[in-house]
Design a protein around this ligand. Sequence first.
Ligand code: GTP
Ligand code: MG
Length: 387
Amino acid sequence: MATVQQSLQAPHPAYYIGTGKVEELRAVVSDRAGSLVIFDEDLTPMQGQKLEEMLGVRVMDRTELIIDIFALRARSAEAKMQVELAQLEYLMPRLRRMWSHLSRIRGGIGLRGPGEMQLETDRRMIRRRIRELKRRLWKVAQQRATERKGRAGEFRVALVGYTNAGKSSILAALSGSELFIEDRLFATLDSATRAVDLGEGFQALVTDTVGFIRKLPHHLVASFRATLEEANGVDLLCHVVDVAHPRWEDQYEVAEGVVADLQFNVKRKLVVFNKVDRLTHVEQAAIKERAEALLGSHVFSSTVEPAGLDTLRAMLRQAIREGWRTVMLSIPASAGSLLAEVYREGEVLRREERGVSIQMTARLPMDVLGRLRSRQDVAIFEAPPAA
Ligand SMILES: Nc1nc2c(ncn2[C@@H]2O[C@H](COP(=O)(O)OP(=O)(O)OP(=O)(O)O)[C@@H](O)[C@H]2O)c(=O)[nH]1
Ligand SMILES: [Mg+2]
């Protein structure tokens, strides 16, 4: 209904904005009969309470709004637990104020306001629930870690980036499977992993993740750790950027910042400039120039043009090829089909028959290596660096 801005050297300790501005805001609220004020910044519990007292309407800060959107979008049990945890952590220091909303909603039924006893009981209950949620999420994280171990040897790719960049669209297009895609913030809260056929016999496991946003509430980052962990240590981290967005460079920086904060083990990174179909050729050329100056490896993509993902597929195949490892193997001479597979899928550099077993040095793709590792009758050693 109305937007109010103020430039300040430092936030006012009690109201965030200056007292004169509070008066102005109060006038705006009453003129327009507004019922909600949203701050695009974080407020301390005290500031939120004081502002509500002064304005006489509900006040939400940026974190609460984002957590609310997440709560609307959460579908899976894991996402719901993660959102609930963020909500409770946010609520704890603001309990008194939230209670006053409740009593206003329930007003007239003759309830007393919450006594200190009631608040204390609630605090204890919430603390217990927080512990419970953390314990359950920790279990989920363990389970995921076990699943990941089972995928060792497969080439893993994760799509990360600012919300609405097109991560889910890319995974849907690559894998030919259905994913939730929507032109809105935080369409995806769960990480989804799909096996993707990249052509020429190459395959990868690609993971879609929750999108990032400017000033992402730390409660949410912490709560979504288990989900985001899927992007940790992958063979290739694809940072998807909506290059048609006028502020893509800011969004790029924000997402890079979140990845850095998460302290992920990033082995290799590829920047995917998505939605190029929305750019003119001139704009594309300009961005290409800028990207070459700024970033490492990058690729343009579009999920709406027929061949819009061909270059990305080719880059992924290339990354897999480069992901080959040189190892020394000892395979039983009787394992004919296995030997055939090593020859077919890899590159044998040296071979030596030793009675019942064959020793070889070979360059192998990750997936073949994974299959060999799972066999009892095959021994694998790291090849000396010279090989
Ligand atoms: N023009 C154009 N639109 C695209 C392209 N890729 C995705 N979109 C649209 O961009 C919007 C967001 O796409 P999503 O795939 O949901 O984006 P996301 O990165 O998964 O978003 P979050 O899940 O919120 O992080 C949707 O409306 C898509 O249809 C593209 O290459 N070109
Ligand atoms: Mg998505």
